[in-house]
Design a protein around this ligand. Structure first.
Ligand code: ADP
Length: 494
């Protein structure tokens, strides 16, 4: 099959979260399965143009109001032969930030920026005389791809192309004032019928969900949850309407990046049979964070975007934070890596200055993320909602037991500890409150001190759980077939 991934992120070129890892790993796995997969990304400032091959200087993307002149560059996805194309436009992408910056979290021209990216997908295919079976879009930034396919391109070159939209996180929808609709390049009479209209706003993700031939999200539980008012973020009705074309496919672990048996970021590699070498990562992590080097105290790690979704209010909120209680009422250490909301960054610094057993690193640090995954005993993820969650999959792979809320992909990938049998791969709770986080961390710490043999067995069990991208890719291929059948039916009905 020929598949074009159109995405705002792909590791290692541009990453803000799990989306980047998922797009690259899925592309590699599809290529391993013998398919012709390519990726289109914007050439952000963080992508060094001198390391790319120039395809053409004059790449003009047609818009109703006149075409936009851009450049086209090319590279190859590491550990694969997947071609990665970059659309280059100084005015729209030549600046720091993928979606925005600290000062301007959501750039004022994001509809133009990601509109151009989405429109460029069609131009790229024409330029290459390569017409994919599947146009695979990801989240709100490329939700216009299925819309353009349906609204502008159903005949001609793309008559046999189907669109798939993967929702990696329903919490971000690309919602803007309706007055920005003309920047999509579509005529006003399509605002309602093409699915953009949500109340008085323009909603890019809603239009993508409305238009895509098939929809996926990143875990079976999340696929069900987003069809309920509680977790549907206002789009549950639309998702229920499309439920026959919506499936949840778990993300996997990219072994070329996350494998304790070959990880270059840890002092000594280890596997299930050499778990004692994990202690060296713990000591290195304690040293790196400025914690006392002590193998006899359990270490709870966390690497995360500091956003409300991740439970930071319950953990660090100054009035009811549970991190303070965990560190003052238990013999434990905590090591946090994250960046995001300013109040939380400030609170983490403040906690670190007051607690000898709490350390935080503010920023984005890939190497430290690996060391935290390997060197911690437990990995904390008390998310309000979690579409799939990659960090807990990495933790399981490294024998670091997750402490998680039973939601979304966390519910699908972690098995709760049972003290009587010793079964399980982590520690789970249902309601997200400061005291449930505290209690469940306390349960894990209790097991660490009082049931060390069970904890060791849990680590080995966690490492043996396989979350393979090859298996996920096989599921994507099945639904690509379904999307093609749906597109064919829609074409015949036209
Ligand atoms: P989300 O996509 O919601 O951010 P995931 O768990 O799916 O959550 O993926 C997060 C990814 O980003 C993981 O690979 C995690 O290690 C990484 N990550 C998050 N914050 C940081 C950070 N500050 N430094 C390094 N890696 C980070």
């Amino acid at each position: 099959m020929k598949i074009l991934m159109v995405s705002s992120e792909a590791t290692p070129f541009a990453k803000a979260g799990g989306l980047a890892d998922a797009v690259s790993a899925l592309s590699r796995a599809l290529q391993r399965a013998g398919h012709d997969v390519r990726i289109l990304l914007p050439r952000y400032y963080c992508v060094d143009r001198t390391k790319l091959e120039r395809v053409t200087e004059s790449f003009s993307v047609e818009w109703p109001a006149g075409s936009i002149q851009a450049g086209l560059y090319k590279s190859v996805l590491p550990s694969s032969k997947v071609p990665v194309y970059f659309i280059d436009h100084e005015g729209l992408f030549g600046r720091d930030g993928i979606y925005g910056t600290k000062a301007e979290p959501d750039f004022a021209d994001n509809t133009e920026r990601f509109g151009l990216l989405s429109r460029a997908a069609f131009k790229l295919c024409r330029h290459l005389s390569w017409f994919p079976d599947i146009l695979h879009a990801h989240d709100w930034p490329t939700s216009l791809v299925p819309v353009y396919l349906r609204e502008l391109e159903r005949g001609g070159d793309f008559a046999r192309t189907a669109s798939v939209l993967t929702v990696h996180n329903l919490g971000y929808q690309g919602a803007y004032p309706a007055g920005r609709f003309p920047s999509t390049g579509l005529p006003w009479e399509r605002f309602g019928p093409a699915g953009f209209e949500r109340g008085s706003t323009l909603n890019l993700l809603a239009a993508g969900i409305h238009s895509a031939d098939f929809l996926t999200t990143v875990s079976p539980t999340y696929a069900r949850e987003i069809q309920t008012p509680a977790l549907g973020a206002g789009l549950d009705g639309l998702l229920r309407h499309r439920s026959a074309s919506l499936v949840g496919i778990l993300n996997g672990v990219d072994e070329s990046e996350w494998n304790p048996e070959s990880d270059p970021h840890i002092p000594r590699t280890y596997g299930p049979a050499s778990l004692s070498a994990k202690d060296e990562s713990k000591a290195r992590l304690q040293a790196a964070m400025g914690l006392p080097i002590d193998p006899t105290v359990p270490l709870i790690g966390m690497t995360t975007r500091l956003s409300e979704q991740k439970g930071i209010g319950e953990l660090f909120g100054p009035l009811h934070g549970s991190a303070w209680r965990i560190c003052t009422e238990m013999r434990v250490q905590m090591a946090i890596l994250g960046s995001g909301e300013t109040w939380c960054e400030d609170e983490l610094r403040s906690l670190a200055s007051r607690l000898p057993n709490f350390r935080a690193r503010i920023g984005y640090d890939e190497a430290l993320a690996h060391l935290i995954t390997a060197g911690s005993d437990f990995f904390l993820m008390p998310s309000h909602y979690e579409p799939c969650g990659l960090a807990q999959l990495y933790a399981l792979r490294y024998g670091t037991l997750p402490i998680v809320r039973r939601t979304g992909g966390l519910a699908d990938t972690v098995e709760n500890y049972d003290e009587t049998s010793g079964s399980g791969t982590g520690f789970m709770f249902d309601q997200l409150t400061p005291s449930s986080v505290f209690d469940t961390a306390g349960w894990a710490v209790w097991a660490w001190y009082n049931r060390p043999a069970q904890v060791l067995e849990m680590r080995k069990r966690a490492m043996s759980r396989v979350f393979s991208w090859d298996r996920s890719a096989a599921e994507y291929l099945k639904l690509y077939e379904m999307a093609l059948a749906a597109a064919k039916k829609a074409g015949a009905a036209h």
